[in-house]
Design a binder for this molecule. Structure first.
Ligand code: ATP
Ligand code: MG
Length: 234
């Protein structure tokens, strides 16, 4: 079942007299329930791709479909609803609210959700039940990222966008975070789209998209999916 379809999507940025083809005629399908890893060097267009898929940015040309509906022509309100109803986000920096504790941070993600998950169950899943009264400064990096994951997942989004989710973490902690994403994918059938520089992470994906200079260089389907905890960091 197809979730996203990109047809000849281009994004051109104009700065001064310079033109950058951040995305250059991209065709891509993403299926429901997959883990997709997008790999590529700095500046290859990975974040631009996430921004287009998540409706944060519009393509210069081309078509973007989500669930068979065009999303590149939505107005602000429709875009807000699209994001609110369907998407969760995780970034390299955890973006937690410093003066809210773990539980309160996760509760933030639940606001306006139609069918939120049970917060206590979710805190159990991410291994933070004992820490739910702690404030961000009292947590390790890995724990903060797990709070950010819980906050993104509590509204039970159909897609979870992760831009360098392990970028600030050491190998051991990074794998625990990735393993959690794998569990969420299996338990809730969440489609997970991970952008990373780390080629090891590609081994846990269903589909690996390699980018360079705004183009897709290759799309690979993995026959065997590695467990995140078994990955060897590049
Ligand atoms: N708002 C913007 N204005 C102008 N140019 C931009 C803008 N955003 C991105 N670009 C350019 O588009 C290209 C792709 O950028 P993008 O952020 O998508 O790369 P990336 O693959 O995510 O890189 P990184 O791994 O460093 O995060 C780069 O050349 C970048 O300089
Ligand atoms: Mg980026």
């Amino acid at each position: 079942m197809e979730l996203y379809k990109l047809e000849k999507v281009s994004k051109i940025y104009h700065v001064a007299n310079e033109k950058t083809h951040a995305l250059d005629h991209i065709d891509l399908n993403i299926n429901k329930g997959e883990i997709v890893v997008i790999l590529g060097p700095s500046g290859s267009g990975k974040s631009t791709m996430l921004n287009i898929l998540s409706g944060i940015d519009n393509p210069t040309s081309g078509k973007v479909f989500f669930d068979n509906k065009r999303i590149d022509k939505l107005n602000e309100k429709e875009l807000t609803n699209y994001r609110k109803d369907n998407l969760g986000f995780i970034f390299q920096s955890y973006n937690l609210i410093a003066n809210l504790n773990v539980l309160e941070n996760v509760e933030l993600g639940k606001e306006l959700a139609k069918e939120p998950l049970n917060i206590k169950d979710l805190l159990e899943l991410v291994g933070l039940k004992e820490h739910m009264k702690k404030y961000p400064y009292q947590l390790s990096g890995g724990q903060m990222q797990r709070v950010a994951i819980a906050r993104a997942v509590v509204k039970n989004p159909s897609v979870l966008f992760c831009d360098e989710p392990t970028g600030a973490l050491d190998e051991k902690t990074g794998k625990i975070v990735l393993s959690l994403l794998q569990e969420i994918n299996q338990k809730y059938h969440t489609t997970i789209i991970i952008v990373t520089h780390n080629p090891s992470i590609a081994l846990m994906a269903n589909t690996v998209v390699k980018m360079n200079s705004g183009r897709i260089v290759s799309i690979t389907k993995n026959k065997d999916i590695a467990r995140a905890l078994d990955l060897r960091w590049a």
